[in-house]
Design a protein around this ligand. Structure first.
Ligand SMILES: [Zn+2]
Length: 312
């Protein structure tokens, strides 16, 4: 085993960490690494997606508190650290035309404000690797897009002593990844596996109206042995997950057979990048001390950079 390294996973809402990269995180925790989940918002404007809990008055009275409790349980299951960035859920605007975003929500915060908050967390936790979403948010929720924007901005600012000098000592994370858990190939594999078993597939319709861009996958982390932990963490977000829903239709052993990996897109790296990786820490120095020294050297050159400006 390599020496302990630090991974920060930035997510928009509590429950996103359990549906995007959770098995990877549990695997790294078990290998002795430190993993910190940052939830940008409290998920205050989420709907109750579990039909069994939809009319529960105790939940309706204080959904924000319920979601904090759910997050604490998921954190415990995954064995990760967790911090709230402290911003307020923007909600998913629906309708035509779309209604305006609510005052004071995360997606309307000035980027300088959200960036400083994340820079502070980066300089405190000192991650060697950061994960977030791609410039489309992975899915078009305004908080997911802001999650991308703030992560990219903080990745660029955290190592710069001229930026946010009051937010801690400079620290440059060495790699930045985008979660690419929800790709067409994976959904197709599940669809075909269910069909081959003679089961009804809930994915047919979804595949028919699939309109997401294909993203490059650079990194596949083998993590099927941690799918039980991932599912338990996801179910801990009881208000956000329908236990009879799509995600639990594919038996875990089938998932382990047809799709034993979680996938990532490398967006920026200050360490050498080998074409197809199986480890988010690939290319980093072998010791913690050397990796720390690199992150504070103040003299780093990008070895890989595919970050793009988001279309306005
Ligand atoms: Zn979300």
């Amino acid at each position: 085993m390599s020496e302990p390294l630090r991974l920060m996973c930035v997510h928009a809402h509590p429950d996103d960490e359990s549906s995007k990269g959770a098995a990877t995180m549990a695997k790294y925790v078990d290998a002795g690494h430190e993993v910190l989940v940052v939830s940008c918002t409290g998920g205050e404007r989420g709907d109750i997606l579990n039909p069994r809990l939809q009319h529960d008055v105790h939940i309706l009275r204080d959904l924000a508190q319920v979601r904090r409790d759910e997050m604490a349980r998921a954190q415990e299951i995954l064995g990760v650290g967790h911090t709230w960035l402290g911003f307020v859920d923007s909600g998913l605007p629906e309708g035509d035309p779309l209604p305006p975003l609510p005052d004071g929500c995360f997606a309307l915060e000035p980027l300088e404000v959200t960036t400083e908050a994340l820079v502070r967390e980066i300089r405190r936790f000192r991650p060697h690797v950061v994960t977030t979403y791609d410039e489309n948010g992975g899915y078009p929720h305004p908080d997911h897009i802001m999650c991308h924007d703030v992560s990219v901005a903080a990745f660029a600012a955290a190592g710069d002593p001229a930026r946010f000098p009051e937010a801690g000592a400079p620290w440059q994370p060495l790699k930045l990844y985008y979660n690419q858990t929800f790709n067409r190939a994976r959904i197709e594999a599940f669809h075909e596996a269910l069909t081959a078993l003679g089961e009804e597939s809930p994915y047919a319709e979804w595949l028919e109206r699939w309109d997401r861009d294909e993203r490059p996958v650079t990194t596949r982390v083998q993590c099927a042995d941690w799918y039980d932990r991932r599912d338990a963490a996801l179910l801990a977000h009881a208000t956000q997950v329908d236990p009879d829903g799509t995600w639990f239709k594919v038996p875990r052993e089938v998932q382990a057979r047809v799709w034993p990996v979680e996938e990532y897109e490398l967006a920026a790296s200050y360490v050498p990048y080998a074409d197809i990786e199986d480890d988010l820490f690939a290319g980093l120095p072998p010791t913690t001390a050397e990796a720390d020294a690199l992150a504070t050297s103040g003299d780093l050159q990008l070895a890989h950079d595919t970050r793009t400006e988001r279309a306005a």
